[in-house]
Ligand binder design. Structure first.
Ligand SMILES: [Ca+2]
Ligand SMILES: [Ca+2]
Ligand SMILES: [Ca+2]
Length: 237
């Protein structure tokens, strides 16, 4: 790592830590083989091994879209399309294996356990992003079903089972209780397998995420845009 990257890394860490008011560290993801989901089924699953993440107890997980208008569909489907996110102590190498897991009951996918900052939509814009509630500021888990990898990978009338975060959207999950990172795996699914997960950043913290101030988020978003070196671009993205 050269000095430039070291400086950028320090700045990014500072930006995340500031926003979370807690220790937050970036997480690397491994793409699993195969696709799952509803109909059509085109959800790609990614695995993170938290054993080596550098914190002992996990309290929150944050997904930061950084797709920068690169992949996927526009409008209400802009940005990262999250099908599901679960935690388990079982290591899977295939997407089909993950669909057979019973994830730990540590998520509250309702607005009580999530913090959502919608990203922007590419034209044609809708009143709200897909899979969000009437106000567009929270996940509607009756649509997104974030505990199940069941997304219908379509932008047509049959779209269901996921939430689209918008370009540079941020979605945080506060776990219902802290869990040891020893032997802990996270699995998350991206509907469409079009590079939006691979172009996003995942961070974890040993503290819950509190309600961020808009100014903080705006600054953080700009910081992440400028610090794209942490993005993991999908080769087909
Ligand atoms: Ca999308
Ligand atoms: Ca789902
Ligand atoms: Ca997608």
């Amino acid at each position: 790592m050269n000095m430039k990257h070291l400086t950028q890394s320090s700045l990014l860490f500072a930006a995340i830590a500031w926003s979370f008011s807690a220790q937050a560290v970036p997480v690397s993801l491994t793409s699993l083989t195969g696709l799952v989901g509803g109909s059509p089924a085109a959800t790609a699953i990614y695995r993170a091994d938290f054993s080596s993440v550098g914190i002992f107890d996990l309290a929150s997980i944050t997904i930061m879209d950084n797709s920068s208008r690169l992949g996927g569909s526009p409008g209400r489907f802009s940005g990262f399309d999250l099908d599901a996110i679960i935690l388990s102590n079982i290591s899977c190498t295939t997407a089909t294996c993950v669909t057979g897991l019973s994830g730990f009951s540590l998520f509250d996918y309702s607005s009580s356990g999530t913090l959502f900052t919608p990203g922007t939509q590419r034209t044609p814009m809708d009143s709200r992003l897909f899979g969000t509630d009437a106000g567009g500021m929270n996940v509607d888990n009756a649509v997104a079903t974030l505990g199940n990898f069941d997304g219908n990978s379509t932008t047509g009338p049959g779209a269901n089972g996921f939430v689209s975060m918008g370009d540079n959207g941020i979605l945080s999950f506060n776990l219902t209780s802290r869990v040891s990172t020893d032997g802990l795996f996270m699995y998350l699914g991206e509907v469409g397998n079009n590079g939006e997960v691979a172009a996003s950043s995942i961070a974890v913290s040993d503290r819950p995420v509190s309600v961020p101030e808009p100014a903080t988020l705006a600054l953080m978003g700009l910081g992440l845009l400028g610090l794209g070196f942490l993005s993991r671009r999908h080769p087909n993205g």
